[in-house]
Ligand binder design. Structure first.
Ligand code: KG4
Ligand code: ZN
Length: 331
């Protein structure tokens, strides 16, 4: 018997729904929320309201694009944690109602586990065990995956996430939110070694980005606006280079410690061209197998919730209707 799952993701500012059958993604729909642009960051209350408006049409589109009927669904998976609580509540309540009305099981998914398992979506996928560097706007982690459901965080940030480091330094340069993609774009035209910014010395496999942010701030405070605009490309290239170095050095350490050479990346920052090319180069130099999912599976999406839901379904990991979402949750 085949297993068809509808997945809902609403942890932050994207309302997303996807359908998968036996681990193959049939549809992956996403509604981004433009309402936050003018505030320079996500406004939680506005995000919840936009989820309320988007959820029915997004789920409807996901079902239609998958060319299935609701009656063919075997389970509903949803992002249970972590995220903005009001946003999570919208997806959770919707998933609960649908599971109740269709009388099918409910699967709660941890958003960060789903980012890692997005690497199981493409046909070319890693074998277990693999390491995953998850770099998003909210998290920076190195995870070892021993199986689809045995994931362990072996390193993480002690302050800002890598995405925040991009966005906050971009803001210091006067770039709009989210600045990560813009830094990437300008970095392509600049010299990564022109300016030197602080690289933290943090023990073990943990990360820190606050020192980099402060060193960029102090450097820019001494410059004129003309200097900043004239050197924009070199500043972006140098900032990006430093962030990528911080990430790559810890990844090399993780490989040396675990002797695992199947390497994946996940999260919005894995779209960064500097990080991608550094990983591909390292893979060639060190004999790692590097897996980089499609960008649409790297940023927040429901396909990753669907694939995680599928593996949980196979292991009968269901949650009761009394389940609550959680803004912060260990895994
Ligand atoms: O995973 P994601 O879509 O959302 C969550 O935070 O969960 O990640 C968003 C982050 C933002 O900080 C954004 O600036 C960053 O990913 N980002 C990038 C690039 N594309 C997105 N950072 C650097 N270079 C990029 N090309
Ligand atoms: Zn995410």
């Amino acid at each position: 018997m085949s297993v068809t799952i509808l997945a809902i993701e609403s942890s932050c500012d994207e309302t997303a729904a996807a359908v998968c059958t036996d681990g193959v993604i049939l549809s992956n729909i996403i509604a981004a929320q433009s309402v936050h642009e003018k505030y320079g960051g996500v406004v939680p209350e506005l995000a919840s309201r936009a989820h309320m408006q988007n959820i029915v049409p997004v789920v409807d589109q996901a079902i239609k694009a998958a060319n299935i009927s609701l009656q063919e669904l075997n389970a509903i998976a949803f992002t249970q944690a972590p995220g903005l609580i009001g946003s999570l509540l919208v997806g959770t309540q919707f998933a609960k109602s649908l599971s109740l009305s269709l009388n099918i099981p409910l699967i709660g998914v941890h958003h960060m586990q789903a980012h890692v398992l997005a690497n199981l979506i493409p046909e070319k996928r890693p074998s277990f065990p693999f390491l995953c560097l998850t770099v998003s706007g909210g998290h920076t982690q190195i995870v070892i995956a021993k199986s689809a459901l045995e994931l362990e965080v072996i390193g993480e940030t002690i302050d800002d996430a890598a995405g925040e480091a991009f966005d906050k330094t971009a803001k210091l340069l006067g770039l709009p939110y989210p600045g990560g993609p813009l830094i990437d774009q300008y970095a392509k035209l600049g010299d990564p070694l022109k300016f030197k910014f602080a690289e933290p010395q943090i023990p073990e496999l943990n990360f820190s980005f606050s020192g980099l942010k402060t060193s960029v701030l102090y450097f820019l405070q001494k410059q004129t606006p003309e200097f900043i605009s004239e050197n924009r490309n070199d500043l972006c290239a140098s900032i990006q280079y430093t962030i990528v170095q911080i990430l790559i050095k810890k990844l090399i350490k993780a490989v040396n410690q675990t002797n695992v050479k199947q390497i994946c990346i996940a999260g919005g920052v894995s779209a960064n061209s500097g990080l991608r090319s550094a990983l591909i180069d390292l893979g060639q130099k060190k004999g790692w197998s590097v897996y980089i999912p499609d960008f649409s599976y790297c940023t927040d999406n429901a396909a990753m919730i669907a694939i995680t839901g599928y593996h949980k379904y196979l292991h009968h990991q269901f949650v009761p209707l009394s389940i609550n979402p959680s803004a912060r949750a260990e895994w």
